[in-house]
Design a protein around this ligand. Structure first.
Ligand code: GLY
Length: 378
């Protein structure tokens, strides 16, 4: 079974000339070398991937590009968030320079969110910025991280604290690659899909509740392509309005203040999407307490996340205090004050004094997280 090819324009007026297409379909990877030719230059092409994705798809892509006349250099990292470090990107920069990187070089991100963020940062920093393209192979990367130009690395102090906004030239999202994605990674991607439904499109949330979620879990290509198209359309509209997250783009961080705290506290042993699921439920509880949001908000989000196989409580051994500590370096903080995106109802993020995030005290955060501890987690 295949899905028809869809095209979603992502327009970023803040960066002159940054207008690109997200192409979504099945079997796109088989045609990737041909589809990417308009975006290639005459210099070396650096294909950034992790060892798992490289073994699955790297050789075919590099062979195709080679046949089309592109000289390719593989830059392969260990899989996992642990690779999103300055040392790893530093090694890649050195290897790219040694291999003859010039302004006609290109970077290709092949894989999930980690190779994507790293490849984008490599492209943004090499020779003060060279063009790059994204070939996402995880659901999370297709619906979120491959679109919008956020690139960067983590530091010991927190997630994504070093980086740059650097938009790709094109995104090729082949939902056929999701066939090889482990179930837990697919579920992690669905957390970001659920996020779009909670914050920006109630109909998407209802459709997921009405069975679209299970069609995605069953990897029905048409359902996956439809979900990717809907999420990319939603995200592209937000990014077009506020590419550098000065304001409106903050809505895409729903659930992410707590998620980043959970990731740091758990030393990145949870997947980002798993931490987002926990964070979305916490943010819904805060929304209920603070804004009088619908009393079933947190319950419906928790129930949909659970159907996807996502955790909604802090894992055993992870204390509320550790998570709250982990949030303290979150980029959304201002003047040392934590901030969370809150929703008035499904599809309606609540503004606060001209912003899309609300100041939250550590005590408030600790209180709502207290509802999400497992018995051994205190
Ligand atoms: N992942 C949130 C954003 O791209 O803004």
């Amino acid at each position: 079974m295949t899905a028809r090819t869809r095209r979603v324009p992502a327009s970023v007026p803040a960066d002159a000339g940054s207008e690109y297409e997200v192409v979504i379909g099945s079997n796109l990877l088989a045609e990737a070398a041909e589809r990417l030719q308009p975006f290639m230059g005459t210099g070396p092409v650096f294909v950034v991937s992790d060892a798992i994705v490289h073994a699955l798809y790297g050789e075919a892509l590099v062979t195709g590009l080679g046949e089309a006349g592109n000289e390719c250099v593989n830059l392969v990292m260990e899989p996992g968030e642990g690779s999103k470090r300055r040392a790893v990107v530093g090694d890649m920069q050195d290897m790219a320079i040694a291999a003859g990187a010039d302004r006609d070089s290109r970077v290709i991100a092949l894989g999930g969110g980690v190779p994507g963020d790293l490849a984008g940062y490599l492209a943004a920093t090499l020779l003060r910025g060279i063009p790059w393209v994204q070939v996402p192979t995880s659901l999370l990367a297709m619906v979120d991280s491959s679109v919008g130009g956020k690139t960067g690395v983590d530091t010991a102090a927190g997630k994504n604290l070093i980086g740059a906004f650097w938009q790709p030239q094109v995104v090729l999202a082949d939902v056929g690659t999701l066939d090889t994605l482990p179930d837990a990674e697919l579920a992690a991607g669905l957390a970001e899909v659920i996020k779009y439904g909670v914050t920006l499109e109630e109909q998407l949330f209802s459709d997921l509740e009405d069975g679209l979620l299970e069609s995605c879990l069953a990897r029905v290509p048409e359902a996956l392509a439809l979900v990717v198209e809907r999420c990319v359309s939603i995200k592209a509209a937000v990014v077009a309005e506020d590419a550098r997250e000065a304001n409106r783009r903050q809505v895409l961080n729903y659930g992410h203040t707590v998620a980043h705290g959970v990731e740091v506290a758990a030393s990145y042993t949870l997947r980002h999407g798993e931490a987002v699921a926990i964070g979305m439920v916490a943010a819904a509880r805060l929304s209920e307490e603070r804004l009088g949001a619908a009393p079933d908000l947190a319950e419906r989000i928790a129930s949909l996340c659970a159907r996807a196989g996502l955790p909604v409580d802090l894992p055993p051994g992870l204390s509320v205090d550790a998570v709250v500590d982990g949030t303290l370096h979150d980029k959304k903080s201002r003047d040392g004050q934590l901030r969370c995106v809150l929703v008035q109802e499904f599809g309606a993020v609540s503004p606060h004094e001209g912003n899309w995030s609300h100041p939250v005290t550590v005590q408030e955060l600790a209180r709502v997280l207290g509802h999400q501890t497992s018995t051994t987690g205190r």
